[in-house]
Design a protein around this ligand. Structure first.
Ligand SMILES: [Zn+2]
Length: 140
């Protein structure tokens, strides 16, 4: 996975973001790069505290904001409410959100990718980035 590239460079990520390297911030960055879901700040805090009990809420929020501003993290507000975080260097994918459980699933559809490129091209554009979120309920 492409996260491997970064996984031993947590301190560099912090320095590049203009943050002082502390063991608390390193714990936060490790949590983010290991996450296979889309945790919100409270979840990041809880997981970081499992690694280092001295991680504070303020440090977590400030670190997340700085990493997001620098583009290391992508933010999502799937449910229109709480901000969720995901590292930016993962392979492109779209999200399917179960509106009843809040579960977030990732998917890639070559057909959708092609269709989007075609729509952009028909308007004389090429796609630089896109986000697609499907809000779903289990079909009965
Ligand atoms: Zn995702």
């Amino acid at each position: 996975m492409s996260t491997k590239f970064f996984i031993n460079n947590e301190d560099q990520i912090l320095r590049d973001t203009g943050l002082r390297v502390t063991k608390q911030r390193l714990a936060i960055v490790r949590v983010l790069f290991e996450a296979e879901d889309h945790p919100d700040a409270e979840q990041v805090l809880a997981r970081a505290r499992e690694r280092d009990a001295s991680v504070s809420q303020a440090t977590t929020y400030r670190t997340l904001a700085a990493l997001a501003e620098k583009g290391v993290l992508q933010t999502h507000t799937f449910d229109g409410g709480v901000t969720r975080y995901e590292v930016s260097n993962r392979p492109h994918h779209d999200h399917l959100i179960d509106i009843e459980t809040g579960d977030v699933m990732e998917f890639v559809s070559e057909e959708i990718e092609r269709l989007q490129r075609r729509v952009a091209a028909e308007h004389g554009y090429e796609i630089v980035a896109h986000r697609l979120e499907l809000y779903c309920r289990k079909a009965s």
